[in-house]
Write a new protein. Structure first.
Length: 134
């Protein structure tokens, strides 16, 4: 069982709950699907959040991962190659969600709790040290 999140608008959320997700093209890639994240806010489309529980394995999910192979170095402020990057977003076909997923609308309290938990898991780097220098 995999749990992912999709942020959207209230109107779109009601449409999705009534008729399911629809595939959308991803730029000029030739791919179509729907963006999902393991944490809230990764797909950035709105303040209304849908939770999708998928009856698939991590290996099956890996086929749809969007892996960024660069990361921002907090010390230099430059982008560097990061071959050990792990996916935090997935571009899934709507058909997979229809056949192997369950969708539910999160309450505002659930969104707030999940947002706080996601923030707590991230490393926050101070802008300056105790002497006032970076």
């Amino acid at each position: 069982m995999i749990i992912l999140y999709h942020s959207t608008t209230p109107t779109a959320a009601q449409s999705i709950l009534a008729g399911g997700f629809r595939d959308f093209p991803w730029g000029g890639s030739g791919l179509s699907g729907v963006w999902f994240g393991r944490d809230l806010g990764n797909d950035g489309a709105g303040d209304t959040v849908l939770e999708v529980v998928l009856d698939i394995t991590e290996d099956e999910l890996a086929d749809f991962a969007v892996i960024e192979d660069e990361r921002l170095d907090q010390n230099t402020g430059e982008w560097i190659k990061d071959p050990g990057s792990k996916p935090y977003e997935w571009f899934l076909p709507a058909e997979l969600i229809r056949t192997k997923g369950r969708i539910r609308l999160l309450t505002d309290d659930e969104v707030e709790d999940l947002t706080a938990a996601a923030f707590d898991r991230r490393i926050i780097y101070p802008l300056t040290d105790e002497g006032g220098e970076r």
